[in-house]
Write a new protein. Structure first.
Length: 116
């Protein structure tokens, strides 16, 4: 799947109370339907990144299908890039560990890329 993109509003943050249906409504490209696993991973990645950065309105998450995995491409404001990557890549690695745990639960292969 490609083309799905989520852009949170200026004062919008995701919280755990949102349902998968609400998350699906936030995704552009209504002709492409996300499965429940993709919706939950999108919610998790968006929640983590939006709450890490100073400019949440600039956060976008794209889902790109590559071979046998879904790769979640995260784009943030240039000033927030260091916050998402973390010192020595620790924050990005921690998010990848969380996604590994989620992928074991949902039986899907997941990747994370932080795009400049």
């Amino acid at each position: 799947m490609s083309g799905e993109e989520y852009t949170p509003g200026a004062d919008e943050t995701l919280d755990a109370a949102e349902t998968p249906e609400e998350i699906a409504d936030l995704v552009d490209g209504e002709d492409d339907v996300l499965n429940i696993g993709q919706e939950r991973v999108l919610e998790l990645v968006s929640y983590l990144v939006v709450n890490l950065v100073e400019h949440p309105q600039d956060v976008t998450v794209d889902i790109v299908r590559r071979q046998d995995r879904d790769v979640y491409q995260v784009r943030v404001n240039e000033a927030d890039l260091g916050k998402v990557i973390g010192k020595g890549g620790q924050t990005a690695q921690a998010m990848r560990v969380l996604l590994t745990a989620v992928s074991a639960h949902t039986d899907q292969r997941i990747g994370l890329e932080i795009v400049e």
